[in-house]
Design a protein around this ligand. Structure first.
Ligand code: PLP
Length: 436
C-alpha cells in the first residue's frame, strides 16, 4: 500500500515526515533558519539551476513548511503544495501564476469579502479582469469564457448563503474548454475533496480549520497535477513558453523528470521568489499541530453544527436557518450531499424574526461564544455582519449578499453541545427582550 493511499486521519499524522534524521525527534522540528549551507559550489549551482531540488533560502522553501506542504498535498490527493503567508496570498498567487495583464478569470459571486476586494479591485488594477457569475447555473461559467480566460474560481462553502459550489459540473465545463478550476476549500477541509471532483487547484486559508486554534495566519496552494497545461498551451504561455526570469525555462518541460508539478513549482520559484509572501516556519509548525487533529475536529464541528441548525430551526425567535443539509431548495441540498462527506461543516447562519436591533442584542447576550470576525476556530464564534463586516453596504447590497439585517453567522466549535445551546438560548432571550 503506497503511503499516500492511506486515509486522511492517518496522513494528517504521518505524511511527509518520519523522525528527524539527526536527532530522532518525533515532533516536526521548527527549522528557524533563513539559509542553508551548500555542500559545494557544484551543489549550489545545481540547486539554483533546479537540476536538483533542495533548500536554498527560506523565502522559497523551508523544511518545516515542507512537511506541512507534503501532508496537505497527500490529504488532498494532489501532486505538490506551496505554503504561503496568508489565505489572501494563496488566492492571489493561485491566479497570478497563470494570468497576466490582459487576461481574465471567471469567478463565482459568492466569495469571502477579502477575496471579493482582491478580485474586484487589486487584480483589476493589475490588468487581470475578474468576471463574476452566479454559480447557481454552472453554464454561466462557460458563457463568460473567452480565449483570454485563464481560470475558474470558487469557494466550496461560501458564507453567508452556504450554497455548496457545483465543483464537478464547473470542472467538467473547464476541462472541455481548457480552463482549470481553482477551489478555495477553507470552510470544508477533509469533508470536501475538490480534486476528486475535477478541480485542478485547491487553495486554503490555513488560518481557519487547519490551524484550528486561532493562533496563526497562513495559506496553502495545492497543485492537483491533473490538468494538461500542454494540451491548452495557447492559454497558458506562463507555463508553456520560455520564462525569461529563469534562463528561458519552460515550466511544463522543466518538470518532466519530477512529475506533474509545473504549476506548483513555478509558483514557488517565481512568485514566492519575487513577491515573497512566505509562511514562517513557526506558523508552519502551528499548522502541523492543527492538521494532526483536523479530521477529528471537523467531524465534531459538523456534528455540533448540524445539531445547532436543527435546534435553531425549532425556535420561535428564528425566521430562517441556513445550513447545507437544511436548504429548502432541493438542488442546494443535492449539491451539499454530493460534495460534502462525513458532515456539513461548522458554519451555521440564521435570521431572527426581529430586525437589526435583535441581531445586535443576540450578540451582546452571548457569554460563551466569542464575538469575532473569524471562522474555523475550535471555540464557537458569532458575528452580526450587518453591524460589522458588512456595515458599509446599502440595504440592497445586504439583501444581495445574503447578509440581511437580522442575519447572524455562527462558526460552531467543539465545546459540549449542551453548553453551546445554553449560550444560544441566552442570546435568543436577549434578542426577544430587545424586540419587546
Ligand atoms: N478564504 C476564505 C474562505 C476565508 O474565509 C478567508 C478569511 O477569512 C480567506 C480566504 C483569507 O484568509 P487569510 O485571512 O488567512 O488571509
Amino acid at each position: 500500500m503506497s503511503q499516500n493511499s492511506r486515509n486522511p486521519e492517518t496522513l494528517a499524522l504521518h505524511a511527509g515526515y518520519r523522525a528527524d534524521p539527526t536527532t530522532g525527534s518525533v515532533a516536526v522540528p521548527i527549522y528557524q533558519t533563513t539559509s542553508y549551507q551548500f555542500e559545494s559550489t557544484d551543489h549550489a549551482a545545481d540547486l539554483f539551476a533546479l537540476k536538483e531540488l533542495g533548500n536554498i533560502y527560506t523565502r522559497i522553501m523551508n523544511p518545516t513548511c515542507d512537511v506541512l506542504e507534503k501532508r496537505v498535498a497527500a490529504i488532498e490527493g494532489g501532486a505538490v503544495a506551496l505554503a504561503v503567508a496568508s489565505g489572501q496570498a494563496a488566492s492571489a498567487y493561485s491566479i497570478q501564476n497563470i494570468a497576466q495583464a490582459g487576461d481574465n478569470i471567471v469567478s463565482a459571486t459568492d466569495l469571502y469579502g477579502g477575496t471579493w476586494n482582491l478580485f474586484a479591485h487589486t487584480l483589476r488594477q493589475q490588468g487581470i479582469e475578474v468576471r463574476f457569475v452566479d454559480p447557481s447555473d454552472p453554464e454561466n461559467f462557460r458563457r463568460a469564457t473567452d480565449a483570454k480566460t485563464r481560470a475558474y474560481y470558487a469557494e466550496t462553502l461560501p458564507n453567508p448563503k452556504l450554497h455548496v459550489f457545483p465543483i464537478g459540473e464547473v470542472a467538467a465545463i473547464g476541462r472541455e474548454v481548457g480552463v482549470p478550476l481553482i477551489v478555495d476549500n477553507t470552510a470544508a477541509p477533509i469533508i470536501c475533496r475538490p480534486l476528486e471532483h475535477g478541480a485542478a487547484v485547491v487553495v486554503y486559508s490555513t488560518t481557519k480549520y487547519i490551524g484550528g486554534h486561532g493562533t496563526s495566519i497562513g495559506g496553502l496552494i495545492v497543485d492537483g497535477g491533473n490538468f494538461d497545461w500542454e494540451a491548452h498551451a495557447e492559454r497558458f504561455p506562463l507555463l508553456t513558453q520560455p520564462d525569461p526570469s529563469y534562463h528561458g525555462a519552460v515550466w511544463t518541460e522543466a518538470v518532466k523528470p519530477l512529475g506533474p508539478i509545473a504549476y506548483g513549482l513555478k509558483a514557488r520559484v517565481t512568485l514566492l521568489r519575487d513577491l515573497g509572501a512566505a509562511m514562517s516556519p513557526f506558523n508552519a509548525f502551528q499548522f502541523i499541530q492543527g492538521l494532526e487533529t483536523l479530521p477529528l475536529r471537523i467531524r465534531e464541528h459538523s456534528r455540533n453544527g448540524q445539531q445547532v441548525a436543527e435546534w435553531l430551526r425549532d425556535r420561535p425567535e428564528v425566521a430562517r436557518v441556513i445550513y447545507p443539509s437544511l436548504h429548502e431548495d432541493a438542488e442546494q441540498r443535492r449539491r451539499a450531499e454530493t460534495y460534502l462527506k462525513g458532515g456539513f461543516g461548522g458554519l451555521v447562519g440564521f435570521e431572527l424574526k426581529d430586525g437589526i436591533e435583535a441581531g445586535r442584542a443576540f450578540i451582546d447576550g452571548l457569554e460563551l461564544l466569542y464575538h469575532v470576525a473569524n471562522i474555523g476556530d475550535a471555540r464557537s464564534l458569532a458575528i452580526h455582519p450587518a453591524t460589522t463586516t458588512h456595515s458599509q453596504l446599502t440595504a440592497e447590497e445586504l439583501q444581495a449578499t445574503g447578509a440581511t439585517p437580522s442575519y447572524v453567522r455562527l462558526s460552531i466549535g467543539i465545546e459540549h453541545i449542551d453548553d453551546i445551546l445554553a449560550d444560544l438560548d441566552r442570546g435568543l432571550a436577549a434578542a426577544a427582550k430587545a424586540a419587546g
